[in-house]
Design a protein around this ligand. Structure first.
Ligand SMILES: NC(=O)c1ccc[n+]([C@@H]2O[C@H](COP(=O)([O-])OP(=O)(O)OC[C@H]3O[C@@H](n4cnc5c(N)ncnc54)[C@H](O)[C@@H]3O)[C@@H](O)[C@H]2O)c1
Length: 355
């Protein structure tokens, strides 16, 4: 006797390098199958056909949605197209959308996506995959367990600039790990590459022209202050340092290592701040294999369709990361003036260039 396992029928819109990767990640999932793809560019469909096996190919998302009626749509065009395609998908009965970052290039678009999905009962998941990565979850748990006491401040940096395209990942991951959202941003944006300090690179020079590097400070609603640097001459891999009343913890994403120093006693008075720290071991981090986090995102999306639960990486979470990026732009344009969040309604109309 064969058991009829329900397959969620996934369809992919946008067959660039990332889209095809997201399509490949569906393979091997018992509960899901990639049945169709769409892209405006025929050569991208050719690549999808050769890499993704037996999938129906469509020259646009509308014809695909009308004919295939997928349960889930993976949306991997770039950000400017997300709101319009999301609207079409919700109108055509798609039950869940896994939307690549950046969620959108304006808060107005992000709001429209949330509203359309809410009205249609479509589950919206934003592809900030760190939320399903085991090392990020382990660090989040350690912070919650109080290994560094009450969080006070920290520092984050990453190379290759792009406060939008990269920043969306890190702003989201930080908010997730420290369980708080920004209430103030002070920032300076610097476009392009600082060729007085590092070698020029034509690809990154162009990317950083429209989506600049940044330095600045974020204050979170739980009082934590975070310094940030992604100016073009940051020459080290992504790292976060979290400091608290008992110690610190630095997470480096290259190799997923942790440096942790702490003391037993929590300092609550300034003289006790000088009490020494000792090196402490945390359980070794378990790095994910490629695609594992995204597949967990797909599975969670399916669970949310079935149970009505809120996803770990919701539209509201994606919007919050975008709001932080917009705040950096506003603060920098105003000469590093502190910008308070939530941003005022007129900030919804700021349209950014984010790949
Ligand atoms: N989460 C991650 O780690 C990660 C990694 C890489 C890229 N990304 C993001 O994924 C997105 C896609 O990246 P990419 O490098 O594949 O981009 P890309 O520009 O190479 O591909 C996007 C594709 O979407 C297609 N497209 C645009 N509008 C369309 C429409 N209306 N209907 C159908 N197809 C349409 C384009 O023809 C193109 O082939 C970007 O926003 C990028 O920031 C995320």
């Amino acid at each position: 006797m064969t058991v009829d396992t329900h397959h969620y029928r996934f369809a992919l819109v946008g067959c660039g390098g990332r889209g095809r990767q997201l399509g490949r990640y569906v393979a091997g999932m018992a509960e899901a199958q990639l049945v169709a793809v769409a892209d405006l560019a025929p050569e991208r469909l050719d690549l999808a056909r050769s890499e993704l096996g037996d999938v129906a190919c469509y020259p646009d998302h509308l014809s695909m949605l009308a004919e295939v009626r997928p349960d889930v749509m993976i949306l991997s065009t770039t950000g400017p197209h997300h709101a319009a395609i999301t609207r079409d998908a919700t109108r055509m009965g798609v039950r869940g959308i896994y939307c690549e970052k950046p969620m959108a290039c304006s808060l107005a678009d992000a709001d429209q996506m949330i509203a359309d999905c809410t009205a249609a009962g479509t589950v919206l998941v934003i592809g900030h995959q760190r939320r399903w990565m085991k090392p990020i979850l382990q660090v989040r748990e350690a912070l919650r367990a109080g290994v560094i006491g009450r969080l006070t401040h920290g520092y984050v940096y990453w190379p290759s600039g792009r406060v939008g395209s990269n920043g969306t990942h890190f702003f989201d991951a930080i908010a997730f790990m420290i369980d708080s959202q920004p209430v103030e941003v002070v920032g300076r944006l610097v476009p392009g590459i600082d060729t007085a300090r590092i070698e020029d690179h034509p690809v990154y020079r162009e990317r950083l022209t429209s989506d600049p590097g940044a330095m600045g400070f974020i204050t979170y609603s739980n009082g934590v202050r975070l310094a940030l640097d992604c100016l073009s001459n940051v020459m080290l891999p992504n790292a976060y340092t979290f400091c608290g009343t008992k110690g610190w913890l630095t997470l480096c994403e290259a190799g997923w290592t942790i440096d942790h120093r702490a003391r037993d006693e929590e300092a609550r008075s300034i003289p006790r701040a000088w009490l020494p720290l000792e090196r402490r071991e945390l359980p070794a981090l378990t790095p994910d294999t490629p695609g594992e986090a995204e597949r967990e995102g797909y599975r969670e999306l399916i669970r949310c369709i079935e149970t009505g639960a809120r996803p770990t990486s919701s539209g509201e979470d994606g919007r919050a990361a975008l709001e932080t990026i917009v705040a950096f732009h506003l603060s920098s344009a105003a000469g590093m003036r502190p910008v308070t969040l939530p941003l005022p309604p007129e900030a919804r109309d700021v349209v950014l260039t984010i790949h």
